[in-house]
Design a protein around this ligand. Structure first.
Ligand code: GLP
Length: 263
């Protein structure tokens, strides 16, 4: 896993957005796997700004979101459909028919989860997957003990995840306990993965993801099995890493080789 130690969350967002824009320039029909939560908001703002400046054309891009709460209407303020509309889709030109979410309404959910997997394959697979991380190590809504080979399906959220997300709901408002999510196997199929983590509350999760054993009990540790993951960490999120200094040095050497055109 490549670790990038950034000065702050803003610099991380700048760097992640720059990678996405570079991949888009190289492949106009890029297939993006998209994440929600507070972490990627700065990245999405930069993508909207790049589009507004005429520097990024999303007309051939296809997107697959990681997850969605079960039974939240797409216009519910806490739904990920709503989140994506507000933070990204209203400000870029991804055609509506190119935007996909795992099924979250109605019946036949498992068959439709399989159809979601098929749609990803038919699109040619995900080129670039964005990720955040939950404090218990979840990626998407793959909670602890999710199979490391799991595919898109319905998951029950843990108490900890419900508590972490309770801040978005009004007191007394019903909070969904179920969600549909890409599986860990689905995520690992992406050609490249960019993960961001900001803030002290993510520090122990980041340590377990980067330096802990690979374990279904800590789903993000599965990313150690992927050949092309970059984790962008702010100082608070990286502060518990045992080899923090080494990661900084490694990034410097790799930058040097790249600058010299030797990679
Ligand atoms: C939710 C999402 C995850 C996200 C996580 C962290 O549970 N399903 O995809 O990574 O929250 O959220 P935040 O970025 O707000 O810390």
């Amino acid at each position: 896993m490549k670790i990038i130690l950034t000065e702050d969350a803003e610099q991380a967002a700048e760097q992640v957005a720059a990678v996405i824009l570079a991949r888009l320039a190289a492949k106009p029909d890029l297939v993006l796997g998209l994440a929600t939560g507070s972490t990627p908001i700065g990245v999405y703002r930069r993508l909207r700004e790049a589009h507004a400046r005429g520097e990024a054309d999303f007309s051939r891009v296809r997107t697959f979101n990681l997850d969605e709460y079960l039974d939240l209407a797409p216009d519910h303020p806490q739904s990920y459909h709503h989140f994506m509309r507000v933070h990204l889709f209203e400000g870029v030109n991804v055609p509506a028919e190119h935007v996909r979410f795992p099924p979250s309404q109605g019946d036949g959910l498992l068959a439709r989860c399989e159809a979601y997997e098929l749609a990803i394959r038919e699109a040619g697979g995900i080129d670039l997957q964005l990720l955040g991380i939950g404090r218990n190590g979840h990626i998407g809504f793959n909670e602890p003990t999710s199979s490391l080979a799991s595919r898109t399906r319905i998951k029950t959220l843990t108490q900890r995840t419900l508590e972490d997300n309770a801040r978005f709901y009004a007191p007394g408002e019903e909070q969904p306990v179920l969600a549909s999510t890409m599986g860990i196997g689905t995520i690992l199929d992406a050609r490249e993965i960019l993960l961001q983590a900001h803030g002290a509350k993510k520090a122990s999760a980041v340590r377990a993801m980067v330096e802990g054993p690979v374990s279904a009990f800590f789903p993000a540790s599965a990313l150690q099995l992927h050949p092309r993951v970059t984790a962008f960490l702010d100082p608070d999120a990286s502060r518990l890493l045992t080899l923090r200094e080494y990661y900084g040095q490694a990034a410097t050497y790799s930058r040097r080789l790249r600058t010299e055109g030797r990679l």
